[in-house]
Write a protein that binds this ligand. Structure first.
Ligand SMILES: Nc1ncnc2c1ncn2[C@@H]1O[C@H](COP(=O)(O)OP(=O)(O)O)[C@@H](O)[C@H]1O
Ligand SMILES: [Mg+2]
Length: 248
């Protein structure tokens, strides 16, 4: 029997501190299966912390987080992590391994795939991100945009149900941003649950079901992209949008 969860992620009154610094303040927030959520907000507002709490790269101290029906705790962290793929600003590919080897390592060691099966899976995802022809190269031979597409493929090789992206294009040269956004847009069309921290408004408008605006550890506003970007209800969001527009 397959179990379906209408909610992929649920935060209830989540609080987190780094020492004295209160970084997540009573955050409650749901993500439905297949939903695409874009998280935006000023630097230091807690966006990375929020999404890192989903796969327990960071621990929250108060409140509850459920991921695919499991409550997140030390005991469930490893099984939850298997459901969640993550792509960071820095691609973190192993420089001494080829693209293909980068993609088969974790599936073989943590999912127990045979090398043959891991290679088959990796090649299918490298094709999905249109980079299969680079499989035998080392990361340094690829452009930043290509490396980030490999990092996406590598995460997909673990067959996650949820993908988290933390500013995946902000370290890229401008001319490489679009190829990564295009890859993410195609992934969104497969029905994957996605949470993406990004200030790429065009992407958010095109792909996001919902935009969440954070400031000082709080979710200040959320709604459809046209609502959030078009008619901000708070001065904090209006100011933020003004700054982002000015820098794009
Ligand atoms: N490991 C850490 N230890 C202490 N403070 C941290 C740590 N990580 C982040 N912070 C602080 O927590 C706040 C939120 O950070 P972060 O979640 O990275 O924000 P954002 O991703 O929105 O820029 C910031 O003030 C940041 O300096
Ligand atoms: Mg961040």
């Amino acid at each position: 029997m397959t179990t379906t969860f209408s909610r992929a992620i649920q935060f209830r009154d989540v609080n987190k501190w780094y020492g004295p610094l209160h970084v997540l303040k009573n955050v409650s927030f749901d993500v439905a299966e297949g939903e695409k959520v874009v998280v935006c907000g000023p630097s230091g507002s807690g966006k990375s912390t929020l999404i890192r709490c989903i796969n327990r790269l960071e621990k929250h101290q108060e409140g509850k987080i459920h991921v695919e029906g499991q409550e997140l705790s030390d005991e469930t962290a490893s099984s939850v992590r298997r459901e969640v793929g993550m792509v960071f600003q820095s691609f973190n590919l192993f420089p001494h391994l080829t693209i293909l080897e980068n993609c088969i390592l974790a599936p073989m060691s943590t999912r127990g795939l045979s090398r043959e099966k891991a290679v088959e899976t990796a090649m299918s995802y490298l094709e999905r991100v249109r980079i299969a022809e680079q499989a035998q190269k080392y990361p340094a031979k690829l452009s930043g945009g290509q490396q980030q597409r490999v990092a996406i493929a590598r995460a997909l090789c673990m067959e996650p149900r949820i993908m988290l992206f933390d500013e995946p294009t902000s370290a890229l040269d401008p001319e490489m941003i679009q190829e990564v956004l295009d890859t993410m847009t195609e992934l969104a069309q497969t029905g994957m649950t996605m949470i993406c921290v990004t200030h790429e408004m065009g992407f958010a408008r095109q792909v996001a079901d919902r935009v969440v605006f954070m400031d000082h550890g709080e979710i200040v506003e959320q709604g459809r992209p046209d609502e959030v970007f078009g008619s901000p209800k708070t001065q904090r969001l209006a100011d933020f949008l003004g700054r982002v527009m000015a820098s794009h």
